[in-house]
Design a binder for this molecule. Sequence first.
Ligand code: DGJ
Length: 719
Amino acid sequence: MPVEFSSSARTWTLSGGNTSYVLHQDEEDRLLNLYWGPRLPGNALHFDPSDYSSFASFDLPVSVLPLELPVCGSGWYGVPAVGVRDSSGNEVVDLRIVSVETLPGKPALPGLPSTYAEDISEAETLSVLLRDIVIGLEVTARYTVFASSGAVTRSLTLANRGPGPLTVTSLLSASVPLWQGGLDAVHLNGAWARERRVIRVPVREGDFRISSARGASGHEENPFLALCERNTDEFSGSVWSASFVYSGSFHAFCHTDIFGHPRLSVGMNPEVFSWSLSPGETLTSPEAVMIFSDAGFNGMSQLYHSLYRTRLARGFWRDRSRPVLLNSWEGVYFNFNEEKLLAVAEKAAEIGVELFVLDDGWFGRRDSDNCSLGDWVENPVKLPSGLSGLSEKVHRLGMQFGLWFEPEMVSPDSNLYRMHPDWCLHVEGRPRTQARQQLILDLSRPEVQEYIISAVSAVLSSSCIDYVKWDMNRNMTESFSAALPPERKKETQHRYMLGLYHVLETITAAFPKILFESCSGGGGRFDPGMLFYMPQTWTSDDTDAAERLKLQYGTSFVYPASAMGAHVSAVPNHQTGRTVPLKLRGDVALGGNFGFELDPGRLSPEELEEASQMVAKVKSLRDLTRTGTFWRLVSPFDGQATAWAFVSGDRSTFLLCAYCVLSSPNSAPLRIHLLGLLPDAWYKAEDGRLYSGAALMHYGYTVPLRGDFSSFVSLFKSV
Ligand code: DGJ
C-alpha cells in the first residue's frame, strides 16, 4: 500500500519507488512532516518532541516544529502555507486535524491542471481535513503518492465555513521542512531566447527565492526548485525538488531556520495574489509535484519525464509519434501569400515533412506585429482561397496543416478592440501599457472566454486543421480586472489562469485529434500547467543549434523530450548571427519534436538531399527519443562538449548524441561513460563494431568529434 498508517505512532508513510514522505499528527493535532527521503518501512518513525526543542524563550515551540502546513500568528514566523485575514483584519490562523481519509487513485482538481492516475493501483491519496475553529476556515490537504515513482503531489482546498468573509493572503502548494543542512539550490533561470539555464547556488542562512509576477510562469524562472547535497551531481547524490503545475505567477523559495534546516516551498506569489472567500466559498490551490532522488539529477529528471509524459500530458497525441513539421515563421515571417506558402510547402513535402504550419500573419490586416490580434478571420488578399483552400492544397501535397493563434491578445488596431475596448486588462484613468503593440484580453471575464472559444473554434471547424500553435507574447500589466470589485482586484491574475485553463480544456476537448503546441515568445510559459492541455511546447525563440544545446539540456531537468519543440533553422542564425553546419542543426533538433523553421527553397540541392536524409533518420528514431530514458552525460554548462543518450525501455537500443561547439588544440578525445545499459549485452554500433554494455558504462566510448560545431549521433543495438 502506498499509504501506510501507524495508529501507535500516528504517522502516515507515503511510499513509492525509492521514496517515503512521512506525516504525523501530534498530541495537539497539528500536522507535522517527519521525513522526506529514501524509502522507509511503514512504521519506522516515531515523533520525539525532544528532536525539535529550543531553550530560548524567543523560540516558541511551534517555531521549531516541522510543520507541514505552517501558519502564522502564534509563534511561527515564516511565509505561511495558508495565510488568511479575517473580517476584523487579524491574520492569525491555527489549523488542527479534524479527520483523515485514504482514497484509492487520485481525484482530479476541477478547473486546474494536474497529474493523474489511469488506474487506482497507480496511486493512493491521503486527504487531511484541518480546521481553524475561530474563523471557521477548513483546509483539506490532499497528498497523492505514485506507487512506481514515489512522486508526491500536494494541493490544498480552503473553505470558508464561518460567518464572515476571509481573505487568503498566502497559499503554498508545497512547504516541506528538511533535516539536512548545507544544501545547494538548483533552479532554471534565463531570459527570452535563453531560457532554463541550470543555476546552482549554495543555500545559506536566511532566504533564497525565485519568482514570477508577470502573469505567466515566464522566461526568467521556471516554476521548479530543487535542493541537493553539495556532492550531488548528474549521477549520484540526493535531490529534493518541487515543480509547480501552474502557468501563472508563482514563487519558490528555501528558508533556512535557526538550526540550519531548510524548508522548500512553492506556491502562489503573494505580490500579485490574494483571494476573498465569502462564507460557503472554496478555493483550491494548484498542485505541487515533489520528487526525491538519491540517484542525482538524472534520477530526478527521469522520474519527472515519465510522470509528465504519461500522467500529466493527455489525449490523442500523448503516446503518438509527433509529425515532422515545417513552421513558416523564420522562413517567411509576415511576407507571404498563398503562392509563396505553397512553394514552401511543396519543397517541404519533397524532403518528407509531414505537417506544414502557417505561423503569424494570416489574419486581419496583419503584415507586421502592429495590428489585428483578436480578428481571427483570414486575410483574403494573402490567402485568396481562404484557410480552407490553403489547408486542402497542403493536404493534397500529402501533409497535414497547422495554424498559429495568439488568442489571449488584442491589438488596439483591431475590430475586436474597437468593439470591446473594455475587454483588455486595464485600470481606469491609467494608460494601457502596450508591449509588442498589443494588450492582453481579460480572461477572468466569462464573456471574453466565450469569445475566444467561439472565435478559435470557428476557424478550427472551417478548415482542415491538424495542429495549433497557441502563442502568448507579452507579460501582464495593469492586471486588475475592471469587472471585479475592489476587494477582489488582486484575484485577477489567478482568475485569468483559471479562465485560460477553461478555454484550453473546452477547445482541446472539442478538437481531440488536433495536436496543440504551446508557446510564449518561445519558452515563456514552458510549464507543467500548459503540458496538461498541450503535450508539447516551443522550447525557445532561439533556434541557434549551439545555444539549443544549453536550452535542451536545461529544459530536460524537468521536462521530457516529447515536450520540446526543436527546429532546424537557416544560417546565419536569426538570433545569434552564427553559422553552423546543417548536420549540427539536425543532430541537435532530433533531441526534441523535430521540425524546420526556414524556407527550404533557399537550400541548395545538396542541402535538400541532406535535409531529406535527416528527416528519414528522425522518423526512424523518434519513438526512441520520445519514450526512451534520457541520460544527460556531459554538460554544455561545463565546457565546449555536450553529450546525452536515449536508452530504450528494454535497454536493447540506445542513441548516443555528442556535440562539440568550439574545439581546442591538443585536448584529450572525449570518452563518454554510458549509463542505464544492460551490462551483459553486446551492442552493435552503426559501423558494425561490437561493444560490451559493461565496457560502455565503465570504460566508456570515445566519440569521434573533431572541429568546431561538430556532432556525432549514432544508434547502438544489442545483438
Ligand atoms: C513568438 C513565437 O515564439 C515565434 O515562434 C512566432 O510564432 C512569433 N511569436 C510570431 O509572432
